[in-house]
Design a protein around this ligand. Structure first.
Ligand code: HEC
Length: 163
């Protein structure tokens, strides 16, 4: 038979095992604390830069827009780069409902449509880059490619971003 001392050791060991198992199971199911918050912060930071770099390009579609080849090239390259980061800032865990996030729940409930919108945005930016490199001017093909990108922003915001 166990001595009293040995029995309490055995009980402690069983407790430790079951607690440890519980923690492991929890770690597998639940996100690390703060991970959703961090994803939301990275997402807003990425979109802030997207917004800041798109603004001068969007202005080219308005009356009196002044095209600057070096500036357009630089900003489009940044947008292509930033669009490549976007798939990583919408991890599955982010649908836990970050209070400060403007992302609609549809990003997660309608994931394949969202991923498609993201993919289209990336593809249309690469097209804009190619057209810009070729045209080097505020030409009709350039304006068309730029308009397509602007429509991608709006379409995705209508479907997936809160006002
Ligand atoms: C595939 C979807 C999608 C596309 C394309 C997209 N956005 Fe967004 N955007 C979002 C979502 C979702 C948010 C909200 C993110 C959050 O708050 O968690 C957002 C947020 C923003 C914000 C707010 C950032 C902040 O300060 O919190 C700006 C600015 C922005 N987008 C600009 C743009 C511009 C400009 C384009 C096009 C060049 C664009 N977005 C294209 C989905 C998209």
């Amino acid at each position: 038979m166990f001595s009293n001392k040995n029995r309490s050791r055995a009980v402690l060991a069983v407790l430790a095992l079951s607690l440890g198992g519980g923690l492991v199971a929890q770690a597998q199911n639940a996100p690390a604390p703060g991970a959703a918050r961090q994803a939301a912060e990275e997402r807003r930071a990425a979109f802030k830069l997207v917004g800041a770099n798109f603004r001068p390009l969007g202005a080219l579609l308005k009356e009196g827009g002044q095209y600057d080849a070096a500036d357009a090239k630089k900003r489009i390259a940044r947008l292509v780069f930033l669009s490549g980061l976007l798939p990583e800032v919408f991890p599955d865990i982010s649908n836990l409902g970050e209070p400060d996030s403007k992302a609609k729940p549809e990003v997660w409930t309608n994931r394949s449509d969202f991923d498609q919108a993201l993919k289209k945005f990336q593809t249309d930016l690469v097209t804009l880059q190619e057209v810009n490199d070729k045209e080097q001017a505020l030409s009709e093909p350039f304006k068309t490619a730029l308009t397509t990108v602007a429509q991608d922003c709006k379409a995705c915001h209508d479907n997936f971003k809160l006002k």
